[in-house]
Design a protein around this ligand. Structure first.
Ligand code: FES
Ligand SMILES: [Fe+2]
Length: 415
């Protein structure tokens, strides 16, 4: 239990400058973390759970999380998608221990209570006791002991879950603009090319900020700017939804253009002396009619959709305590891709993931911040690149989408 003294110590008063200052305490405070799980992840948000293509058949299931709460997602016998908390209604044990599979029922190993694919309780061993002794009390109603149900909605084959059963439909939550960006990838049937998991020793928000941070991309990532995959001098911008909680950072253009700004800036992240031993890594196809070659979309609070040339992926962000988090990467192609295209996507996917030529650093900088803020929890970060407001901008030397995240964070957290 939190004592009054602890509450006072942890109480957070947001700086008067607003979203352009972040108190480092929010990345390190256990009480704040607990409040986030309650007010954001178990609050009025839609959380990415998976893709319909992962559970195509009746009885298919996968286990995942909303925030740090364990959840099972199933394809029910009538074809609909269900989700429930993976916590036995008897004494709280994890019911389903596999990552994915196919089952008609789920049996808790502890005392063998049985649940169906809706999460409803269907069997309790020794319910009537043994030889007339013991058993559940009279009036025990199995209907009152289901697994906790999670509200489910889908859009373009993407499955979202919410603990709020009154929340607006997911399409409204995302807004028209974000749905349009989502449809760049999900308006066609997709296929899963593989998964990777990445543990990071940093608070979940440090990664979500990183994803919204278009400023760092070509400075931190040597590979991006050295080989021209993404430079701030390329045409691009950031697009926010009306609330500022979701965002897209987009870049137009082809490889190896606009080198001048980088050549003349003496940046660590640009060098003309390196060449790829195998240039086929970056040889791809222009497949999107809008000409965007790089689009990173973040959907509050836990989903990231990625197009880096032909490398397509969803990243699911899972908080794992105040100073650690996990990223689940799902690599995608289109169902009708021919073999050659799948090869291109897989090859380009070497850019991302836990050891990716580019993403490696994103996993590292969060940890650098987590380490750097120790002892400075009352200090503030400075987020004024591109102004102090929260708006879409036709350039990427900005931190506007980071401020959009904090604006919404404060609303959800009442800060
Ligand atoms: S805890 Fe699951 S059956 Fe007892
Ligand atoms: Fe990055």
């Amino acid at each position: 239990m939190t004592t009054a003294k602890e509450l006072k110590r942890n109480d957070l008063i947001w700086p008067k400058e607003g979203e352009s200052r972040i108190p480092y305490q929010v990345y390190a405070d256990q009480e704040i973390y607990k409040r986030e799980m309650e007010s954001i992840f178990r609050g009025s948000t839609w959380n990415y759970l998976g893709l319909e293509v992962e559970i195509p058949n009746h009885g298919d299931y996968k286990t995942t999380y909303i925030g740090d709460t364990p959840v099972v997602v199933t394809r029910d016998t009538d074809g609909s998608i269900r989700a429930f908390v993976n916590r036995c209604a008897h004494r709280g044990a994890t019911v389903c221990m596999d990552k994915c599979g196919n089952a008609k029922t789920f049996t808790c190993v502890y005392h063998a209570w049985v649940y169906d694919t809706k999460g409803d309780l269907k069997g309790v061993p020794f319910k009537n006791g043994v030889s007339g002794q013991g058993g559940m009390p009279e009036g025990f109603d199995m209907g009152k002991h289901s697994l906790q149900k999670v509200n489910v909605d889908t859009h373009l084959g993407v499955i979202f879950g919410s603990f709020d059963h009154q929340i607006e439909p997911v399409q409204d939550y995302l807004g028209e603009k974000m749905c349009d960006y989502l449809s760049r990838i999900f308006s066609r049937p997709v296929k899963i090319l593989g998964y990777q998991r990445q543990l990071m020793k940093n608070n979940w928000k440090l990664y979500f900020e990183n994803v919204k941070d278009s400023y760092h991309a070509s400075l931190l990532h040597l590979f991006f700017s050295t080989f021209g995959v993404n430079r701030l001098s390329q045409r691009g911008g950031i697009d926010l939804d009306e609330t500022g909680r979701h965002h897209v950072s987009y870049t137009y253009g082809s490889l190896n253009e606009d080198t001048e700004a980088y050549k003349n800036s003496n940046l660590r992240s640009y060098s003309s002396k390196y060449n790829l031993e195998d240039p086929s890594l970056l040889i791809g196809r222009n497949e999107f009619a809008d000409g965007i070659t790089l689009a990173i979309q973040s959907l509050f609070p836990n989903m990231i959709v990625q197009q880096i040339h032909n490398a397509l992926a969803v990243r699911q962000l899972l908080p794992k305590g105040v100073d650690s988090s996990e990223l689940v990467w799902t690599y995608l192609g289109f169902a009708d891709d021919e073999e050659e295209m799948t090869k291109i996507r897989l090859k380009q996917s070497n850019l991302v993931g836990p050891a990716g030529f580019v993403s490696l650093e994103d996993g590292g900088v969060g940890e650098l911040v987590q380490k750097g803020i120790v002892g400075g929890e009352k200090e503030l970060s400075f987020v004024e690149m591109g102004g102090t407001g929260v708006e879409s901008q036709p350039f990427r030397a900005t931190e506007s989408s980071i401020r959009g995240f904090w604006k919404n964070y404060r609303q959800f957290m009442g800060l």
